[in-house]
Design a protein around this ligand. Structure first.
Ligand code: ADP
Length: 381
């Protein structure tokens, strides 16, 4: 049982680099929380402060309500899995897993039963006598996780644990860690720069940039209702399309940009009415870029196809806008799309799924307005 709470946590490194600005996060008991953001955003620093490997400059770190800022790492009942696995090369897998328990002077029988139980969970029983150099990357990864499991910690911390693995193994280990979380019912904090890992693994995601938390929420909340343009562009693959436009008054409201104009969905009217005449960033996810019938004149963005990526079940169509050749737009369409390179197309956005951001600050202009609805036309496709 462990609930971890970060209250106004800050980190200023010697020399004055402020790596984390006033982080406030609650990690509930048994929750899987992922910190994600580009390199240098402060996520490892945050994790290392939780582990006790880095001093906290100010703020409070609570585990189950107890302030642990000054508790040394070994007394925090936390286990960390590092990116480079940090295995002892001269020790067998068994000894690597047992080492931390031997230091704690646990009885041999207890150590043996814990190591074997963890090895079973991770399917590495047959590797216990090997040395790390005789293991594949994925197997080393498992041993590193095993070493954390045997300690039976209150909280597991993972610092980019999959980044040294090849793409296929990464996907496999992703599901294994998710299963492990389900099985151990432990509190887990996971750091990655990979938004796909964050989306697929996290119960809750904390998005960071430049030492500042941008948004905290479930994967779908972040995907459907990003708090700002940064989160909108960072979460989602292929990424959200952005266009610049100006909100025009009238009924319906319209948004107009270089070479396009389309109607604002009625449910967005109240949020956008105060922004008439202002420049906004318009965000459209690739799956909400619908290809309109050729004869449609209104509510379209004219574009021509520059690349088609066939992925089997779906295709990604890359386009340049007629009005601005430098801009790339991406639409995600069904495999039976029937388009080819250099075709000209008309894109009509799924109005209720369009997101709007302040042209200057990037702040989201729509509140949280419930799940995104698809038009009947799209559903029928
Ligand atoms: P991330 O894990 O998101 O890549 P880090 O937490 O490692 O980011 O780093 C956050 C910021 O703190 C970066 O600007 C980095 O250069 C700086 N930083 C990290 N470690 C130290 C250190 N020991 N001394 C000074 N600055 C550091």
């Amino acid at each position: 049982m462990a609930r971890v709470e970060l209250k106004n946590i800050e980190k200023v490194y010697e020399g004055g680099v402020k790596a984390v600005h006033g982080a406030n996060v609650v990690i509930e008991d048994q929750e899987f929380v992922v910190f994600v953001g580009p390199s240098g955003c402060g996520k490892s620093t945050t994790l290392r402060m939780v582990a006790g490997l880095e001093d906290i400059s100010s703020g409070d770190l609570l585990i189950d309500g107890e302030r642990v800022n000054d508790l040394p790492p070994k007394n925090r009942n936390i286990a960390m899995v590092f990116q480079n696995y940090a295995l002892y090369p001269h020790m067998t897998v068994y000894e690597n897993m047992a080492f931390g328990l031997r230091i704690r002077k646990l009885p041999d029988a207890e150590i043996d039963s814990r190591v074997r139980a963890a090895a079973k969970i991770l399917s590495i029983e047959m590797l216990l006598d090997r040395k790390p150099k005789a293991l594949s990357g994925g197997q080393r990864q498992r041993v590193a996780v095993g070493r954390a499991i045997v300690r039976n910690p209150k909280v597991f911390l993972f610092d980019e644990p999959l980044s040294n693995l090849d793409a296929k193994l990464r996907v496999q280990m992703r599901t294994e860690i998710a299963k492990l979380h389900h099985r151990l019912k432990a509190t887990m904090i996971y750091v990655t720069h990979d938004q796909v890992e964050a989306m697929t693994m996290g119960d809750k995601i904390v998005v960071m940039k430049d030492g500042l938390i941008q948004q905290i929420g479930s994967p779908l909340l972040l995907y459907d209702h990003p708090a700002n343009k940064f989160v909108a562009g960072f979460i989602g693959s292929p990424p959200m399309n952005f266009l610049e436009g100006v909100i025009e008054g009238g009924t319906p409201l319209r948004v107009k940009g270089e070479g396009f104009s389309f109607a604002v969905a009625p449910e967005h009217r109240d949020s956008l009415a105060a922004h008439v005449g202002k420049t906004v960033s318009i965000g459209i996810r690739p799956e909400h870029m619908m290809i309109a019938p050729r004869e449609q004149e209104d509510n379209v963005i004219n574009a021509h196809i520059t690349v088609i990526e066939e992925l089997g079940a779906e295709a990604h169509i890359y386009m340049s806008r007629a009005a601005d050749d430098s801009e790339n737009l991406i639409a995600r369409v069904d495999q039976r799309h029937g388009y080819k390179m250099d075709d000209t197309v008309k894109i009509t956005p799924e109005a209720s799924a369009v997101r709007y951001f302040d042209g200057e600050t990037g702040r989201a202009l729509l509140g949280v307005i419930g799940p995104i609805r698809m038009s009947s036309r799209r559903q029928a496709e």
